[in-house]
Design a protein around this ligand. Structure first.
Ligand code: UDP
Length: 476
């Protein structure tokens, strides 16, 4: 029996979560699994598939993995409906969408997985599910079909630990934090963290559908067979070690193409502006890149103070001002024509770009970031020091890692409010060398650690995960 079982090829069914910051590492994970000899069925939600096509220059490429397959990887690509028409506005109807994601979508996934498992070729494979930790359906479906359940966490181990120990935090009265500013040291693997650095979803009342999805996700993950995390073991050693005590947990990050920028699979939800020509006109290290990622929203006041602060600093800047960052309606006009005329060639403002291409450009000397986890990993890879302005979710906690623990960035605001004067001052500090010299050294150190991990601990952890997975197939 064992021999027959082990002659079956491992086959990952990967149903992707629908947010940009989750799609990117998930695609990279699919490529990585396939490059290790795993067959992969990669599944996007239909609306994501359409949005990616819309954003591409070459909209004829509808099988996103065809190039990867041509290079010898065994990846099949398909889509699944989330139960809503493609054109349904999910952001504006977040509550309705979230409820359906929680209650109705699991049935669609169940049917989908059932069909794959009952297909004619199913006897040649050992199937397993790989899903984002926020996919609330994984454990139940894996149990129903007796297949291995692999949970993929796209954020740091620190954030995972806090959600994982939610009961403990609640028992101690630290969640919801409700404005508390207390240092705590009882979470395994976390020496000390102030409650103000908790993720936004642990700060206030547990009132939204997103809270429910996250908290259910973290109940369900406790029955996952394996958890793989897009972090670097040496950067979060204690947190990773403590999590391993509970469940098989593997730090395999940064999960990325070999040089971070080679990219054969379309994955961008917005069209990328080409900034290369403008960057060519700027001297090395002179440009501050500014982006708040794919999801976060902020007030018009914040955007205006940042704009004026950039202008006052006299530093060159490339700003990704994503449509919808202030309201759901396209708000390209937050910055007036007057402002745009005033900055002349000091700044370039675009709706979206290829961030890795920008960060790798020698003209870039700093990154004003919202502290999305992918952005942090990419910034470390390209040795670009950061100015941090976290807006919500894990960004708040990620800031602590960047500024307080690793010392590879500074805060944009030291107080609660934002002012153009402070923005200008912080930009000058980061971009002017001087006081920020220590940051550059720490950044070089972090990058060294990351690079070593790529062919070291992360690779070994990935191989160990595959070995343990194979052993698990034999037991199933
Ligand atoms: N990104 C990009 N172009 C942009 C802004 C962001 O390609 O103009 C990419 C970025 O490289 C990163 C991802 O989008 O991989 C954003 O993920 P992150 O975790 O940083 O933030 P989120 O969008 O999830 O808040």
């Amino acid at each position: 029996m064992a021999e027959i079982e082990s002659s079956r090829k491992p086959h990952a069914i990967m149903i992707s979560f629908h947010l940009q910051g989750h799609i990117i590492p998930f695609v990279n994970l699919a490529i990585k699994l396939a490059s290790k000899g795993v067959t992969v069925t990669f599944v996007h939600l239909e609306f994501i598939h359409h949005q990616i096509i819309k954003s591409q220059y070459d909209s004829t490429q509808v099988d996103f993995f065809s190039e990867a397959r041509n290079s010898g990887l065994d990846i099949h690509y398909t889509t699944i409906s989330d139960g809503f028409p493609v054109e349904f506005d999910r952001s504006r109807n977040l509550d309705q969408y979230g409820k359906s994601f929680l209650l109705d979508f699991p049935t669609l996934v169940d049917e989908f997985v059932g069909k794959i498992l009952h297909s004619h070729s199913s006897s040649s494979y050992n199937y397993f599910l790989v899903a984002d930790t926020l996919c609330v359906w994984t454990a139940k479906i894996a149990r129903k079909y007796h297949i291995v359940n692999v949970s993929f966490w796209t954020e740091p181990a620190l954030v995972f630990s806090l959600y994982y120990h939610l009961d403990l935090l609640r028992k101690n009265g630290h969640v919801p934090a409700n404005g508390l500013q207390e240092n705590i040291n009882y979470i395994p693997g976390i020496q000390s963290i102030n409650t103000k650095d908790f993720m936004s979803y642990l700060q206030g009342p547990e009132s939204t559908i997103i809270h429910t999805i996250i908290f259910i996700g973290f109940e369900e993950v406790k029955s996952a067979d394996f958890i793989i995390c897009n972090t670097v073991q040496e950067l979060e050693a204690e947190a990773v070690l403590a999590l391993k005590e509970n469940q098989p947990f593997y730090a395999i990050g940064p999960i990325c193409p070999t040089d971070f920028s080679t990219n054969t699979v379309p994955r961008s939800l917005l069209s990328e502006s080409d900034c290369t020509e403008w960057l060519k006109t700027k001297s090395p290290g002179s440009v501050l890149y500014v982006s708040f990622g794919s999801l976060a929203k902020t007030d018009e006041h914040v955007i205006l103070e940042i704009a004026e602060g950039l202008f006052l600093s006299e530093v060159n800047f490339l700003w990704v001002l994503r449509p919808g960052i202030v309201s759901y309606d396209d708000d390209d006009e937050i910055l007036t024509v007057g402002f745009k005329n005033r900055i002349k060639d000091q700044g370039l403002i675009v709706p979206w770009c290829n961030q890795n291409l920008v960060l790798s450009n020698p003209a870039i000397g700093g990154f004003l970031t919202h502290c999305g986890w992918n952005s942090i990993l990419e910034s470390i890879w390209w040795r670009v020091p950061m100015i941090c302005y976290p807006l919500f979710t894990d960004q708040i906690t990620n800031r602590k890692l960047v500024v307080d623990d690793w010392k590879i960035g500074i805060n944009l605001c030291d107080g609660l409010s934002i002012s153009r004067e402070e923005v200008a001052e912080k930009i000058k500090i980061l971009m002017g060398g001087g006081k920020s010299n220590g940051i550059k050294e720490e950044m070089n150190r972090a990058r060294e650690i990351m690079q070593t991990a790529l062919n070291g601990s992360s690779e070994r952890n990935f191989d160990q995960f595959l070995k343990d997975l194979t052993a698990k197939f034999l037991k199933k």
